[in-house]
Design a protein around this ligand. Structure first.
Ligand code: CTP
Ligand code: MG
Length: 242
């Protein structure tokens, strides 16, 4: 099989806090967040095309792109992202549709997830490939879930059963045509899916949950960046002085 990779990287990192750099360009273990997020895909011979969605005023991408191109065997192109993550993905898919058939596989992976591993990509591809819809990496919820009282307070209203609940990660893997149609339908209905799977679900499709690795965290706050550095060091030994 082969797949195209879409990387939404057009967010402004509001929860990360004010910074000159967007969080996807923060230094991390000898590179940047987005370079770590791309690395295992660029080293995968099945990945034949990469589209990165960047913000219209992004000045940091060209340098990163040059470093990535030096290690990639496939073309990497940038498109301008949109106001929402789903719109950034939609625009990236439009770029792919110019040259690829609707049944081609697409993996979508957040630029803000630098700890994704080759083992997770392999598990997702192996499980989703024979599936009629496709699938996503996810991890079962481990903590007890509390519902706060309505009105935004911190008073417990009740405990929610966590049985059968998973946290959705990326990458997520779907066929180009159905995914583009699902996102277009959501956009047309002014609905904002927070991941690709949700857009597919709204079309009545039931994606496959594939067990991912809890270490595949999303960098949302500065504390997540510290955690990602520790995770990468433990995994790869990157950043060590000896
Ligand atoms: N993203 C995007 N286009 C947007 C919004 C988000 O491509 N309009 C990307 C981000 O760059 C990130 C991924 O989607 O790689 C996941 O989004 P998130 O972690 O929410 O990043 P931000 O939207 O940048 O952060 P925040 O929500 O805190 O502003
Ligand atoms: Mg966001």
């Amino acid at each position: 099989m082969r797949y195209a990779l879409v990387v939404p990287a057009a967010g402004s990192g509001r929860r990360f806090g004010a910074s000159v750099l967007r969080k996807q360009y923060e230094p991390l273990a000898g590179a940047t967040v987005i370079e770590h997020a791309l690395a295992p895909f660029l080293a995968d011979a099945r990945c034949h095309r990469v589209v990165v969605a960047i913000a219209v005023d992004d000045g940091a991408w060209p340098q990163v792109a040059a470093r990535c191109a030096a290690r990639a065997a496939c073309p990497i192109v940038a498109v301008t992202g949109g106001a929402e993550r789903a719109e950034s993905v939609q625009r990236s898919l439009a770029a792919l549709q110019a040259g690829l058939a609707g049944d081609e596989w697409v993996l979508v992976h957040d630029a803000a997830r630098p700890c994704v591993s080759r083992a997770e990509i392999d598990a997702l591809v192996a499980a989703a490939l024979p599936h009629p819809v496709g699938g996503l990496l996810a991890v079962p919820v481990a903590d007890t879930l509390k519902r706060a009282a309505t009105g935004g307070g911190s008073q417990v209203e009740r405990t929610e059963p966590r049985e059968g609940l998973w946290r959705a990660l990326t990458p997520q893997m779907f066929r180009l045509g159905p995914l583009a149609r699902s996102l277009a339908a959501a956009h047309g209905a002014q609905r904002k899916p927070t991941d690709e799977a949700q857009a597919m679900e709204w079309q009545g499709e039931l994606p496959l949950l594939v067990a991912g690795d809890a270490r595949n965290i999303k960098v949302t706050t500065p504390a997540d960046l510290v955690l990602a550095e520790a995770l990468l060091q433990a995994r790869d030994g990157v950043g060590r002085s000896t």
